[in-house]
Write a protein that binds this ligand. Structure first.
Ligand code: PLP
Length: 372
């Protein structure tokens, strides 16, 4: 007998994007948003600049790295990077799930880069990173949101590489240690680890990435929302809060609120700890059950944000389980990504509370036995 749990999670929000808002989130916190004001007014620009500076501080970016707010979420930021930078030399692409595969496809079929080497792996695994050629540009995803696999650290990236490392870090930043000296370009979006609003992307550039932009002009046309230079000079004002086109000042205010929360609880180390503890809550649950396991079997590469589980159920039973937990209002949006192996995915980023996950696991146990 598996009795129905009595307690429900205070917040049943386990979606992997948009992710849970920060604990204690309240729209009141957005009261100072400069709504109806130009983003180029002094107040508008100041708020955007604040978002840039606070992000740099919390992430511990090196002083000579640039950070800009750009259009179209993480996809926009990452495409912008690829379209501006790639083609100068051969490209190695590392991918191990749907989003990374999407970048590989774009590099080959849209950008039509000729000399591309693919390093791929099935869901749940990482390819052999020792085979990657860092004389080439290297495109990869730090955390595979759809497979629950992350690269373990930056040790596979040489400090003296000749190519650039271009990293989609959207479900990693603010929850995992990113060794910035090994990264030339990183991108992310606000709705992921800090539970911000979806709209804008963030692009981070190392001095070597800036040098590439200024010294290499790809032959392909670049739409205005991708353009980062005028003549042969980087448009540095983008990285000081003068965005390419109109941003949402409301989304920016919401992001500032998330950054303030992150700062108050202890910054990056506290965010990482919260996320790792969330993963631990699920690991303790899985360790004592035979009917559920991690898609990423190896703990060294197991994501602490997008945690993917395989459950011993038929596809229709799995659907019933997901529906049941949603109807009971104890776990929302936990079905695995559409292209990933059938299973469950619980977001364990810093804005999720460990107690809520622990309670959700009790409900998962109950629901499993209900549908089995
Ligand atoms: C690794 C990764 N890359 C890219 C994306 C697309 O992000 P966005 O919707 O912010 O463009 C996602 C979204 O979940 C993701 O997880």
């Amino acid at each position: 007998m598996h009795p129905k749990p009595k307690l429900k999670p205070a917040r049943a929000h386990f979606s992997s994007g948009p992710c849970a808002k920060r604990p204690g989130y309240n729209l009141e916190a957005l009261q100072n948003a400069p709504l109806g004001r130009s983003h180029r007014s002094s107040i508008g620009k100041k708020r955007l600049q604040e978002a840039i500076e606070k992000t740099k501080k919390i992430l511990g970016l090196p002083a000579d790295y640039l950070l800009g707010i750009v259009p179209a979420s993480d996809t926009g930021a990452f495409e912008m990077a690829m379209w501006n930078l790639l083609g100068e030399r051969p490209v190695d692409v590392i991918y191990f799930e749907a989003f990374g595969k999407g970048w590989a496809d774009d590099i080959q079929k849209q950008l039509k880069i000729n000399n591309v080497t693919i390093h791929d792996a099935d869901y749940g695994f990482l390819p052999d990173l020792r085979k990657v050629n860092f004389d080439h540009d290297v495109v990869f995803t730090w955390n595979g949101t759809t497979s629950g696999v992350k690269v373990p650290n930056g040790d596979f990236i040489p400090g003296d590489r000749k190519g650039l490392t271009i990293c989609d870090a959207t479900s990693a930043v603010f929850a995992m240690e990113v060794p910035w000296a090994k990264i030339d370009v990183a991108t992310f979006s606000w709705q992921k680890v800090l539970g911000g609003e979806a709209a804008h992307g963030v692009i981070i550039l190392s001095p070597r990435a800036v040098e590439r932009i200024e010294n290499y002009s790809p032959s392909r046309p670049l739409p205005k929302i991708f353009r980062l230079k005028e003549g042969n000079k980087l448009m540095s004002e983008i990285f000081e809060g003068s965005t390419i086109n109109t941003p949402s000042m409301l989304c920016n205010e919401d992001y500032l609120d998330a950054l303030d929360w992150a700062d108050k609880i202890g910054g990056l180390p506290a965010l990482i700890k919260r996320s790792e503890n969330n993963l631990k809550a699920i690991e303790e649950f899985v360790a004592r059950r035979s009917w559920v396991q991690f898609l990423a079997g190896d703990p060294a590469i197991r994501s602490n944000t997008s945690v993917c589980l395989i459950v011993d159920l038929q596809p229709d039973q799995l659907k019933q389980l997901v529906k049941l937990l949603e109807t009971e209002e104890v776990a929302y949006d936990i079905a695995s990504y559409r292209d990933a192996p059938g299973g469950l995915r619980f977001w364990c980023g810093a804005t999720v509370e460990k107690e809520d996950l622990e309670i959700a696991m009790q409900w998962l146990e109950w629901a499993y036995h209900e549908v089995k």
